[in-house]
Design a protein around this ligand. Structure first.
Ligand code: FA5
Ligand code: MG
Length: 403
């Protein structure tokens, strides 16, 4: 029901996005709430916490090239195929990604630009951008968020590997005085293998360089903060279609493990597509909001979109300040249940979440499916969602009228 409701308006006419007109078709599923976020580029707004964080990371990787104004509109080929995603990967589906039409989508990750940037013969680079995913609604997930991609390539030669070893020794020196607790795992394992075209000794050194490099970034970001106990960080085995071995990093924050990045040794075929020969290297993709939440003590991901001066005035470029909440408005739960259309599967969670963001905007903190039911006689199904409305900006102590 929602898909037809949602897409009727946009399907009839072309969409103008970033001053260009684009045709729509039957896969079009971008919503007005999403389209309104595209011009914002929070990562390039001076004094915004995401831009402050971007700048700190850029200064840590001081000899890397920076890219931060590439258009979010990419072909599915660039977002998926160039990065060796299989044809049936779930990320491609209209329930997981936003499509303008069948040939154009909103990038789901900054990795979409890897082939392009490697193709420009860049060996050390960072790329910051807004990315879009149809996802659940809660305090650490938002359908628009920001990633920073970083990559470094070395010559796959004895001289290149000597460079890696020297860099590893330098980074180990920096990490000696670390006041963070890091749980490590093997660089290569049976489930997280070296690529067939790689010399295993080279891949070991490069994976180690990746980890040391990111650990030193984490130390730079979190090492000087005051905290009652040391920050806990852990490396875990992961899988991405475009790296092997692959890793994720989690940080213990607010009583739970929060995933902050994905990374790995770049797949040979990515470099082949970029026409890069004789190199081996690593790449990572950081979730900027997730890191900024820990760094600035920002409790809810919606706050990054706040235009409220009480939020924006708390941040100043170059400074890591602790956010002071100005609103403690209580949660307000409303349960909503409805029959799903006859003869069709229940509405997808992500479709429901898009309706909620379109209608209620950032007033909604989280949405949970709490019950579903199939009528024994008619076989019709119903769903019940609990919506938590909690304003980020309103203050307690005011009556509705006063506001
Ligand atoms: C990726 O997007 C890979 N492109 C990362 C990568 C790059 C791997 C280069 C290998 C080499 P993933 O889907 O795990 O991976 O997302 C990366 C990070 O983005 C996550 O760790 C998390 O910090 C952040 N993230 C993911 N989804 C959301 C969301 N809905 N809201 C906020 N942050 C998110
Ligand atoms: Mg992940």
């Amino acid at each position: 029901a929602y898909r037809s409701f949602n897409t009727t308006a946009v399907r009839l006419k072309p969409l103008v996005i970033l001053d260009e007109q684009h045709a729509t078709d039957k896969v079009t599923n971008v919503t007005p709430a999403i389209l309104s976020k595209i011009p914002m580029r929070l990562h390039n707004q001076t004094d915004h916490p995401l831009s402050i964080l971007k700048t700190i990371i850029q200064s840590h990787y001081d000899d890397f090239s920076h890219f931060s104004s590439l258009s979010p509109l990419v072909t599915p080929f660039k977002n998926f195929d160039e990065l060796s995603f299989p044809k049936d990967h779930p990320g491609r589906s209209v329930t997981d990604s936003y499509y303008i039409n069948k040939d154009l989508m909103l990038r789901t990750h900054t990795s979409a630009h890897e082939v392009q940037v490697f193709g420009e013969k860049q060996d050390k680079w960072l790329l910051t951008a807004d990315v879009y995913r149809r996802d659940e609604i809660d305090r650490s997930h938002y359908p628009v968020f920001h990633q920073m991609e970083g990559a470094r390539l070395f010559d796959a030669t004895a001289a290149g590997m000597k460079e890696v070893e020297e860099d590893n020794a330098r980074l180990e020196g920096i990490l000696k005085q670390s006041n963070i607790v890091i749980e490590d795992i093997p660089h290569i394992s049976e489930a997280n293998p070296v690529q067939p075209t790689h010399n295993p000794a080279h891949a070991e050194l490069v994976a180690k360089n990746l980890k040391l490099s990111l650990n030193s970034l984490i130390l730079r970001l979190f090492g000087s903060g005051e905290r009652s106990s040391p920050l806990r960080v852990r490396w875990i085995e992961a899988y991405f279609p475009f790296t092997s071995p692959s890793f994720e990093v989690e940080v213990f924050y607010g009583g739970r493990w929060l995933e902050i990045l994905g990374s790995g040794v770049v797949l040979q075929s990515t470099l082949d597509k970029a026409n890069v020969q004789g190199k081996i290297g690593w790449a990572f993709g950081l979730g900027l909001e997730r890191i900024a939440m820990v760094l600035f003590s920002i409790p809810d991901i919606r706050l990054f979109w706040s235009q409220d001066e009480r939020f924006l005035s708390q941040f100043k470029s170059g400074e890591i300040t602790t956010f002071k909440p100005y609103s403690k408005f209580p949660a307000c739960f409303k349960d909503l249940s409805f029959w799903n259309p006859e003869g069709s599967a229940p509405l997808h969670d992500n479709d429901f979440c898009d309706v909620v963001r379109d209608v209620a905007g950032d007033l909604v903190e989280d949405v949970k499916l709490i019950d579903s039911f199939v009528h024994p006689k008619t076989n019709r199904s119903s769903s019940c969602y609990r919506i938590n409305y909690r304003s980020m900006d309103r203050q307690v102590g005011f009556t509705r009228e006063q506001e």
